[in-house]
Design a protein around this ligand. Structure first.
Ligand code: GLU
Length: 286
């Protein structure tokens, strides 16, 4: 099977250090395997999006030497496919409408397999997936063996929100399958989503790709970079310093005399072996 990897940014801001780590890591894994590298813009949550962000990210990638093998897929163009998956889950009796408020759940998980609040015809429901009391196991290529019981870790999780927007988990698995992704390489903040995604793949009869979660980039005070208040944007007009820092973060060789992003990436690729990537869940970015 041909290797297909992807980079799937949410257009909530400019490309930042953490997302450049995911882009470079997924690109190197794909090129090392002689495979394809695709880009998907995860724009299914308009309230969280920043105008111009998708264009800014898509323009920045080639400036960092990262060229995709196909035009970017925009999730906003895929709503019919999410509708189909949602109907499939409903028809299989796996999804249920839920009017529970945050207060009803009292900060806990939704575990009952059906909504506890009375149906309210005045208000559209969220839709949740009923999860089984069963361990989901997978081997992460970097983080090692993983096991998660969705009942105790996630509960009956939302696949379609009250506003009618599809949840990231649903859109992600539908599109990973649609794009024929064989390995998902992304930041370790998403390791926790993987069991939910594998469960959804099983419910929908979709293949499960391999997973590799890269260490999460933290700032000096130990907070996730994108959440730390400083966005740590990277400057595509000066790509070399940020690219050097990303390679360093991934413990890859940095060509001291490289004068273009392509030279830096080619040098890193020539020495690349995914098993040598840092086997840690997070690290401080220099
Ligand atoms: N869109 C997600 C993000 O930017 C990443 C999704 C993924 O790689 O699965 O955090």
């Amino acid at each position: 099977m041909t290797y297909r990897g992807r980079f799937a940014p949410s257009p909530t801001g400019h490309l930042h250090f953490g997302s450049l780590v995911a882009a470079v890591g997924s690109w190197l894994c794909a090129r090392h395997a002689g495979g394809q590298w695709l880009v998907r813009v995860e724009n299914i949550d308009p309230p969280r999006e920043m105008p111009g962000s998708a264009e800014s990210i898509l323009a920045a990638l080639p400036a960092f030497g990262l060229a995709a093998d196909a035009p970017a897929l925009f999730q906003s163009s895929r709503l019919a496919a999410y509708d189909d998956a949602f109907e499939q889950l409903k028809a299989a009796g796996l999804a249920f409408p839920c009017w529970c408020s945050r207060n009803d759940l009292a900060g806990g998980l939704h575990l009952d397999g059906h909504c506890l609040a009375p149906p309210n015809p005045q208000r559209p429901p969220a839709w949740r997936l009923r999860v089984p009391d069963q361990e989901i196991r997978f081997e992460d290529a970097l983080q090692g063996p993983q096991v998660q019981n969705l009942r105790t870790s996630a509960g009956d999780f939302v696949i379609r929100r009250v506003e009618g927007l599809y949840a990231y988990q649903l859109a992600c698995v539908v599109d990973d399958a649609f794009q024929g992704i064989t390995q998902v390489v992304r930041g370790n903040d998403l390791l926790d989503s993987t069991a939910r995604q594998i469960h959804l793949q099983r419910c929908l009869g979709l293949p499960t790709p391999d997973y590799l979660h890269l260490p999460l980039a933290l700032d000096g005070s130990g907070r996730k970079l994108s959440k730390s208040g400083q966005a740590h944007p990277v400057d595509p007009t000066q790509p070399l310093p940020a690219l050097r820092r990303v390679l360093d973060f991934l413990e890859l060789p940095v060509h001291a005399r490289a004068r273009t992003p392509a030279e830096l990436l080619d040098h890193a690729l020539a020495h690349f072996d995914p098993t040598f990537l840092p086997h840690c869940s997070e690290r401080i970015a220099a």
